[in-house]
Write a protein of this length. Structure first.
Length: 274
């Protein structure tokens, strides 16, 4: 016998309070309902402030717990806020950033897209002297400034534009400014990557800005942890083969590694903790 809506929602709240964070998929299986039904229940509970709805599930109220869900990259237009994804796969992103930073020589002109991996990369690049860095990310720019980039003779250029939940600046102003620059290397963070959809984003407007950034660079380096494999955002930024280098981590599934190594010029597998 199926549960009534209120009974189901009471069980969801109980699960969230006991575990701190739960996935939509787990709740759907536990309650024998569709994931769409669970998402609607979470909407109701979030409005009542009984849970916090986050990317992939729900957490106890007041906890920044989306990273605890361990969700892989999502689909469609589901765009988590920057704070909700900043600590997901932290060790992997730190290792990826360290490998990517080795590709940058002092005095280079580079571009950094918005994203939690490019944010970690920015902290390392702040130590490289005499860079010119163009970015459409508020947090990336802040990481460069706070890391002492200006003291090392670097110049940080922020595109301007309309702010998104991922702390990106997008829209005509951002696109227009990117069309006026020429960069040696562009580092691109992505929401998902797949054989069918390439590198993608859940934000249509952000796609246009990311594409303008890609077009401004002589070389494209995609930085994406292994959970991004199989993720498909609503809009494709670039095809897999457009990347000259992909920096990911050794958690990448074998099938993903085979596809990417056949499409991308160079695949670097970072090893967290080494």
């Amino acid at each position: 016998m199926s549960l009534l809506g209120e009974q189901r929602r009471e069980l969801i709240v109980e699960q969230v309070r006991e575990r701190g964070a739960v996935r939509v998929s787990e709740l759907a299986e536990h309650l024998s309902v569709s994931e769409m039904t669970v998402r609607r229940d979470l909407d109701v509970l979030a409005r009542r402030r009984l849970v916090d709805k986050v990317h992939g599930g729900a957490t106890a109220v007041g906890e920044l717990g989306s990273e605890r869900l361990g969700e892989p990259a999502g689909h469609g237009t589901d765009e988590p806020e920057f704070a909700a994804k900043a600590d997901r796969e932290r060790r992997e992103k730190e290792a990826i950033a360290a490998e990517a930073a080795r590709l940058v020589e002092p005095g280079a002109a580079i571009g950094l897209s918005a994203g939690s991996t490019t944010w970690r990369l920015a902290s390392l690049l702040a130590r490289v002297p005499r860079l010119t860095v163009v970015t459409n990310s508020l947090v990336v720019a802040d990481a460069l400034y706070s890391g002492g980039a200006e003291a090392r003779g670097s110049t940080v250029i922020l595109t301007g534009g309309v702010r998104t939940p991922s702390e990106a600046l997008v829209g005509p102003v951002a696109v227009g400014s990117l069309r006026s620059v020429n960069l040696e290397i562009v580092f691109l963070g992505v929401h998902g990557m797949s054989a069918a959809a390439g590198y993608s984003t859940p934000n249509l407007t952000e796609r246009d800005t990311d594409r303008a950034l890609v077009d401004a660079g002589q070389s494209l380096v995609v930085v994406a942890d292994h959970t991004k494999w199989g993720g498909v955002g609503i809009s494709t930024i670039a095809e897999l083969g457009e990347a000259d280098v992909l920096v990911t981590d050794d958690g990448l599934p074998e099938d993903g590694r085979a596809v990417l190594e056949s499409e991308v010029g160079r695949v670097i597998l970072a090893r967290p903790g080494t």
